[in-house]
Design a binder for this molecule. Structure first.
Ligand SMILES: [Zn+2]
Ligand SMILES: [Zn+2]
Length: 282
């Protein structure tokens, strides 16, 4: 399993990304559902301070203190620097749980900063927050998961393994390879359609899609599926997961999925919709 997601617009949203043990947002019910698996979370990334994205954080912090599990592991929480609702809530949590038996660390972060996750062999992974357009007065972020890899420089790319081994000996590995970055995952948080440059080249795009019909939208704070189609055409992710869907559309999700699959027929892309009343696993 890669993803475990619950997302019902207005009520609760959280995304557990198992390969890196990350939780993006912490809406209500998250610790109730995850149970002992809350000990599997190493870092939490909050997109913004609306209640449906943060209200489950206290439950996680408190349950990790009292449930049976490994208290040696620290828990990190990252959030947009200057987000007042999150700061006030974190302040409340730290006062209500002033005697935590594990390390709980708060990190206000800026858009564009690199948050290191891990290094393994020739690759390194980190998170990069970016600004998104949601409500006025609310600093809101989306997050990229980026992997830095190394590859042969183009002039050596066609060589056979023996020739490469010879060059490594003669010139050293660093001279014949170059680093490049690829986006593994891009999460929009609550937002209007992301700018193409943010979504471009990402493997998995998890985009909010509160509305399936733009006529139902009163304020330009959330996206409607019509606006995502041109973005997906340009950004060309391999996999799209739509979440933060309003319950008013839940009975017709099959219809919308067929519609979008028809639009991208013949493309090497897959589409998933997070049903607003069900846990999503992938
Ligand atoms: Zn929301
Ligand atoms: Zn919101």
């Amino acid at each position: 399993m890669e993803f475990l997601i619950f997302s019902k617009a207005l009520y609760s949203t959280w995304i557990f990304y198992k390969p890196e043990r990350l939780l993006f947002d912490a809406g209500e019910g998250v610790s109730t559902y995850l149970g002992n698996r809350i000990f599997a979370i190493s870092s939490i990334f909050l997109t913004h301070g609306h209640v449906d994205h943060i209200s489950g954080l206290w439950g996680i912090v408190n349950s990790r203190n009292n449930a049976m599990g490994d208290r040696e592991k620290p828990l990190q929480v990252y959030y947009p620097r200057g987000n007042r609702a999150i700061e006030a809530y974190l302040d409340f949590i730290s006062r209500a749980n002033s005697d935590l038996r594990y390390h709980f660390r708060e990190h206000p972060v800026e858009a564009g900063s690199k948050i290191f996750l891990r290094k393994a062999g020739s690759f390194e992974r980190y998170i990069v927050p970016f600004k998104v357009k949601h409500t006025r007065d609310e600093i809101s972020f989306g997050y990229h998961l980026i992997e830095k890899r190394s590859r042969l420089k183009p002039e050596y790319a066609g060589l056979d393994p023996r020739e490469i081994a010879g060059l490594v000996k003669k010139l050293g590995r660093d001279r014949i390879t170059e680093n490049y970055e690829s986006k593994i995952l891009t999460i929009s948080g609550d937002s209007m359609a992301l700018p193409v440059e943010e979504a471009k080249g990402t493997h998995t795009l998890i985009h909010e899609c509160t509305f399936m019909d733009i006529k139902e939208r009163k304020f330009p704070n959330h996206v409607s599926i019509e606006e995502l189609i041109p973005l997906i055409h340009e950004a060309r992710p391999k996999r799209v997961i739509l979440y933060h869907i309003s319950t008013r559309f839940e009975r017709r999700l099959k219809h919308y999925k067929e519609m979008i699959e028809k639009e991208f027929k013949g493309e090497d892309m897959e589409f998933h919709f997070v049903h607003p009343s069900k846990i999503f696993k992938l």
